[in-house]
Design a protein around this ligand. Structure first.
Ligand code: SAH
Ligand code: SF4
Ligand code: F3S
Length: 440
């Protein structure tokens, strides 16, 4: 595209999960189709979008402090359009709160209102003071154009929203009721992505295991259809919820060369009492039976997880049970979080644990998992693994990519290697990072 001096630019700042990363790609798609080009600096942009998250208090604080920085820019360039989108603004009362704190915000769009972006900008440009649309209705999320930020990996929504109401979680309040996408639509998008040359597709949903297609089939039905697609590509999916996980999924994974041997299966806690208080609807016996079956059928499967400490009813004994579960299961890696009370949720109304105890627990958990991650990685030294090169590494002269089981490996390479499958011999492990040498 030829760039002229009247060319307008957008800058999107994204917080939160992969779902939000993909939502930002759709916001970018709308802007691109309207003639804007992406830029990475707020100073250069004519429109700045904050695509926010509110899963924990620190996610909101981070976004708010960055939004505050725009005040200066808006003074320098009064035509600058500032939009705040995503989960944070979907909380009841939050849009008004933000506007009174940051009166320079022009557009507020909720989690199911991205497609209003184009007309919101037009209205602001023709003099409207502010455009707000936060009506929550997941049926309004249509197929939007996406300007994808990566040329190797692509995100693909298979469902929206969540009906699980885990007692700590705000997602069901801000993403609305669960809705599965039409299976043919998903397959069509998938074929389109493969045709465009994407090598790795990740199916996205808050709980992919509760996917239901229009013909009444579950997630295993969708996976099994995808497993029949010929050609070399990788398929991942997240997040799996243990309560609905079905062993058939593992069998399909084992039979399909394209479905990665990796599951992300959030544990949250190793205590049955806490899991019950969290309304997770599984216990440790169920969780461990999934792990046992997965490892029996696919011995080298990568299993990653999410774990939370400091839930209101978590005693020292419950926390010990979480540590024991981590020692027993030996996850490939884990995302670990300190519980953060969220408005509207049942757990926020319970008596809370003091911050110091939460801190102590997270430090202990992180140290334990880091040790396990390093031990697991060391076991791979000497092995040759297939890696899909994704990007430049943070180590100079190197590129990086993931193994089938989801581990990141760094190795010498350049731009031409990105997007290619390579055989890499694992040579060393340094504090969580793995290094290898190409074999071909
Ligand atoms: N749908 C996924 C999780 C989505 S949120 C699932 O059910 O597993 C991603 C992770 O954020 C959760 O797994 C949980 O560990 C963490 N999380 C959610 N709410 C939180 C809260 N209030 N405080 C701290 N961590 C939280
Ligand atoms: Fe939140 Fe639970 Fe839904 Fe996951 S399943 S998004 S943790 S309510
Ligand atoms: Fe994701 Fe955060 Fe929303 S984790 S669903 S962006 S609250």
């Amino acid at each position: 595209m030829q760039v002229n001096s009247s060319q307008k630019y957008f800058n999107i700042i994204t917080y939160g999960c992969q779902m939000n990363v993909h939502e930002s790609e759709k916001l970018a798609g709308i802007l691109y189709e309207s003639g804007y080009l992406p830029c990475s600096e707020m100073e250069k942009a004519d429109i700045i979008i904050f695509n926010t998250c509110c899963i924990r208090d620190n996610a909101e604080k981070k976004a708010e402090s960055k939004i505050g920085m725009v005040k200066k820019l808006k003074k320098l360039k009064p035509s600058l359009i500032v939009a705040v989108c995503g989960c944070m603004v979907q909380q009841k009362g939050k849009a008004d709160e933000l506007i009174s704190k940051f009166p320079f915000i022009d557009i507020v769009l909720g989690t199911s209102n991205s497609k209003m972006l184009k007309s919101a900008i037009e209205k602001i440009n023709s003099g409207l003071k502010r455009f707000i649309d936060i009506e929550l209705d997941s049926s309004k999320i249509e197929n939007l154009p996406a300007l994808r930020s990566d040329r190797t990996n692509a995100w693909l929504n298979i469902m929206y929203g969540c009906d699980n109401f885990c007692t700590y979680c705000i997602v069901p309040y801000v993403r609305g009721r669960e809705r599965s996408r039409n299976k043919q639509e998903i397959l069509c998008e998938l074929y389109g992505l493969l045709e465009k040359g994407y090598k790795e597709i990740t199916l996205l949903g808050q709980n992919v295991n509760s996917y239901k297609s229009e013909d009444g089939e579950g997630f295993d039905g969708l996976l099994s259809e995808i497993s029949k697609i010929n050609g070399k590509f990788r398929l991942r999916f997240m997040t799996s919820h243990p309560k609905d996980f079905n062993e058939n999924i593992i069998d399909i994974m084992a039979d399909s060369p394209n479905i990665c041997n990796h599951i992300h299966l959030p544990l949250q806690s190793g205590s049955d009492k806490v899991l019950k208080d969290m309304n997770r609807k599984y216990n440790m016996e169920k969780y461990l039976s999934i792990i046992d079956y997965a490892r029996k059928i696919i011995p080298d499967i990568g299993i990653t997880t999410d774990i939370m400490v400091g839930f209101p009813t978590e005693t020292e004994e419950d926390f010990e049970q979480t540590l024991n579960a981590v020692k027993t299961i030996k996850f490939s890696s884990a995302f670990t979080f300190v519980y953060s009370p969220r408005r509207f949720t049942a757990a926020s109304k319970m008596e809370q644990i003091d911050e110091q105890t939460k801190r102590k627990r997270i430090i202990e958990l992180v140290a334990l998992q880091n040790k396990i991650t390093a031990e697991n990685n060391k076991k791979l030294i000497g092995k040759d693994m297939e890696v899909l090169t994704e990007d430049f590494s943070r180590y100079e002269g190197m590129v990086c990519g993931r193994t089938d089981c989801g581990r990141m490996v760094n190795f010498e390479g350049n731009q031409q290697d990105i997007g290619k499958f390579m055989s890499i011999g694992i040579e060393k492990v340094k504090t969580g990072s793995m290094f290898g040498k190409r074999r071909d």
